[in-house]
Ligand binder design. Structure first.
Ligand code: BGC
Length: 813
């Protein structure tokens, strides 16, 4: 009997009601079990930066990888596949069967709140990176999820926004990465919250065609969390699994719709069959269920994550300052708040509690131990919400252990449960029967006297007391339906309070639980910073007295997060002034940018070197120190074009008009849009320097490629520097006007990486898939390749392509 016959046999054993029951989650992160069939629960958990496991609990730590934008910057599929393997081992450790990654939406606008979580602006780069991650995860028996199908490229009104996209753009740009994911064998596809051309994605015909029919996807289409809003339309469409549960739009309503003949039983059976197929693949059907492997991630995992940091770090400019020579350094000034508190991940559902985090300052200290003096100056205090009370600032008033005390109280104030916790950020506190109030309290141990900022995040009735004195008491109404905002990153109410070093005041934060206000309660505190002129003056002094300066700037928690888009790309006057002051003080200044996506760098020509760290994950500091100190090359190349000013970017609108967001740029996303508008960005897609130099010498390939066939071109290049290095050789295509159909000015068609020793010449063989030469013919409903002249360009970025080759595309005979 084939596996499929076996699935049918199991299906036959189920009543309609029990079949339908399986199609909605049993909990927030689990599917329903059917013990008499031998079907266990599937556990799903967010990625992509790490595997959180079920629930949000700071005690259940995870390995935190660099953000997806950093992974794409590696342009290294083998490495991304290895990292996928690491995610799988994390999933196994935590008993997770399905990882909710990769995120395959595109960098359409630099303002997108989840920019950091997406790979790139380019459909080919995104598709290849996504496929690599999927292969890596699934090679270990853990299922991956391609999300969010499709065109969920910004956050503003994301639950309702209607993306208006023409068919050709959908096919060539936005669906293309999902098609690559399906070809890589992805087991789940997540239908997004948004609408496309008037239909919400959980009920969209695209789930059937092309996804299931044309591409042959035989896995499960799962809804984004809470994205199912109707019964019949979603059940008739290709959606298979509604999450979360147990409440939802399907259940009894779907049973009734089937009984009334509105939905055919075969449609339900197809969904159940897909779910059973997935369960069988994940090992929760039939055989003894796969045990969790509770081992802690190994040293190898840390080494791999650290390697990924360096491989994705993008060196944008270098005026002979990097690498720093540790044998010549006596003192190095490390400046900026994010140097000591490096932001390792973006905000939202992808967040995990990392095992530990190596800041850039710690990484440099470790790298220079015994060799050079490392001086840290924090610079101006960061804005944004105060960071959660942690094990350094707080102690549990009951046990005196470092951290906080979490209590849940009933309406009369009686304690229902109490736990010692490590952090003031509590997203899923226990909710026993009768729970009325969540309370987080801590004795604070300030080391600085002055006006501290105290913050409390959450919706509903909030109060803050310091030594019994009220600091805040009020009702803060829910402003959105977005689960990522309600449950993960609600807004913060901030007050100031005078704290005195050496005292241990008691801070008590309370939030009343009420329907619709979510679970999150976060209490934070930030010390007073020096005033801005004093901070700049001490940074200037430290930089002047050092042999080199590393100044770290970046975006705050409030800027790059799921649930909201950014309003601007500025780092702010404080950080810009800081870089300028440091660069003025010391020509050997390296500016390190700690952000997940583009920011404006108005001082970029004033610094000695400019390095993008991204959100580098838990091993960020070690990996960046490896790059700064020359132990390894910066491997990264930009996965997205960086504007000098936001206003120059081809797409800056994230706010829908009358509910609609028009993808007016059509095919011309990212660098294609910049080229079409004849605008020059600060840095082109694909740009990034290593520690050696390259001469591109010759491009050759077939003079007459045949429509519908792959083409391989070869690029000869030579390492002209004094160090061995790796180069990402990029190949773009352009059609010569006039053409019968519209094309982008040029587009990425393939790439490969080569390595060479100093002086060595190497040949890169770059495969251009047949699809690279074709377009989606709307009338024919198929891919077509126009015969005629075509230009092949090779080089190191979309803006630096020294080699060209003219070819004639021939019709297939
Ligand atoms: C996000 C998804 C995520 C899901 C579960 C949603 O709000 O859009 O990416 O997988 O929540 O956390």
């Amino acid at each position: 009997m084939t596996d499929e016959d076996e699935l049918d046999r199991l299906l036959d054993k189920l009543t309609l009601r029990s079949r339908v029951r399986l199609l909605t989650g049993a909990t927030t992160w689990r599917t329903a079990a059917q013990p008499d069939l031998g079907l266990g629960q599937l556990v799903l958990s967010d990625g992509p930066a790490g595997v959180r496991g079920e629930g949000w609990d700071e005690r259940a730590t995870s390995v935190l990888l660099p953000s997806a934008s950093a992974l794409a910057a590696t342009w290294d599929e083998r490495l991304v596949e290895e990292l996928g393997g690491l995610l799988a081992s994390e999933a196994r450790r935590k008993g997770v069967h399905v990882v909710l990654a990769p995120h395959l939406n595109l960098h359409r606008t630099p303002l997108a709140g989840r920019h950091f979580e997406c790979f790139s602006e380019d459909p080919l780069l995104t598709g290849r990176m996504g496929a690599a991650l999927i292969r890596g995860v699934q090679a270990h028996g853990v299922a991956a999820t391609a999300k969010h199908f499709v065109a969920n490229d910004a956050e503003t009104d994301r639950l309702t926004v209607d993306a208006r996209i023409d068919e050709r753009t959908l096919r060539e740009v936005h669906l293309a990465p999902f098609e690559a994911a399906v070809r890589a064998g992805v087991r789940l596809v997540m239908a997004g919250y948004n609408q496309v051309n008037g239909t919400t994605m959980t009920a969209h015909p695209l789930l059937t065609a092309p996804l299931k029919s044309e591409w042959g996807f035989d896995g499960v289409v799962v809804s984004d969390w809470g994205a199912v809003r109707g019964t019949r339309d979603t059940a008739r469409a290709g959606l298979d699994l509604e999450m979360p549960g147990p409440a939802g739009e399907w259940g009894e309503a779907l049973v009734r719709a089937v009984e009334a003949g509105d939905i055919g039983e075969p449609a339900v059976d197809d969904k159940v069959r897909r779910l059973l197929r997935l369960a069988a693949w994940c090992g929760v059907l039939g055989r003894p269920h796969r045990p969790a492997r509770p081992h802690l991630p190994s040293r190898r995992a840390r080494a791999l994550t650290r390697r990924a940091v360096a491989a994705g770090a993008v060196l944008l400019a270098n005026r002979d300052v990097l690498p720093l020579d540790p044998t010549r350094l006596r003192t190095i000034a490390v400046i900026g708040a994010p140097a000591a508190r490096t932001r390792t991940q973006g905000g939202g559902s992808a967040g995990v509690f990392p095992q530990d985090e190596v800041s850039i300052l710690d990484g440099l200290r470790a790298g220079l131990r015994g060799r050079a003096r490392v001086v840290h100056v924090p610079g101006p205090a960061p804005d944004g919400p105060p960071p959660p009370v942690d094990m350094v600032l707080g102690s549990d008033p009951r046990t005196t252990l470092p951290g906080v005390l979490l209590r849940v109280l009933d309406a009369s104030g009686t304690e229902l449960c109490a736990e010692h916790r490590r952090s003031g950020r509590q997203l899923e506190p226990p909710v026993p029967a009768g729970a009325h109030t969540v309370e987080i309290s801590a004795r604070l141990h300030p080391r600085i006297s002055g006006a501290w900022r105290i913050g409390l995040a959450g919706f509903g009735r909030l109060s803050l007391h310091l030594d019994g004195r009220p600091l805040l008491d009020g009702e803060f109404a829910t402003s959105t339906d977005d689960p990522a905002v309600i449950h993960v990153s609600p807004p913060t109410q901030t007050v100031t309070a005078q704290l005195t070093a050496g005292t241990t005041p008691l801070l008590v934060a309370r939030r009343e639980l009420a329907p619709g206000t979510g679970r999150a309660t976060v209490v934070g505190a930030a010390p007073p910073g020096p005033d801005a002129p004093a901070a700049l003056a001490s940074a200037f002094r430290a930089a002047r007295e050092a042999d080199a300066a590393v100044v770290v700037v970046g975006t705050g928690e409030q800027h790059e997060s799921e649930g909201r888009d950014r309003k601007h790309l500025a780092l702010g006057p404080g950080q810009d002034a800081l870089v300028r002051a440091v660069a003025r003080a010391n020509p050997h200044t390296v500016a390190v940018v700690n952000s997940g996506g583009p920011v404006e760098l108005p001082w970029r020509d004033e610094v000695g070197a400019l390095l993008l760290a991204w959100f580098p994950g838990q091993e960020g500091g070690g990996g960046l120190a490896d790059v700064l100190l020359g132990r390894t090359e910066p491997g990264g190349r930009l996965p997205t074009t960086w504007p000098a000013r936001l206003a120059d970017a081809p797409v800056t609108r994230t706010r829908p008009e009358a509910g609609r967001l028009r993808y007016e740029e059509g095919l011309h996303i990212g660098h294609r849009g910049w080229l079409r508008a004849a605008r020059t960005p600060a840095y082109w897609f694909g740009h990034g320097l290593g520690y050696t130099t390259w001469a591109y010498e010759e491009l050759s390939g077939p003079a007459e490629p045949v429509a519908g066939e792959d083409v391989t071109v070869t690029v000869r290049l030579r390492n002209t520097g004094s160090r061995a290095g790796r180069e990402v050789v990029q190949v773009y295509l352009a059609r010569r006007a006039p053409t019968a159909v519209e094309y982008p000015e040029r587009w990425l068609a393939g790439w490969t990486a080569v390595r060479a020793r100093p002086g060595e010449s190497v040949v890169a063989r770059v495969r251009i898939p047949a699809r690279g030469l074709s377009h989606w013919d709307v009338r024919a409903g198929d891919w077509r390749t126009e015969p005629g002249p075509c230009r092949v360009l090779a080089g190191r970025s979309a803006g630096e392509l020294p080699l060209t080759l003219e070819v004639q595309v021939r019709e297939r005979t």
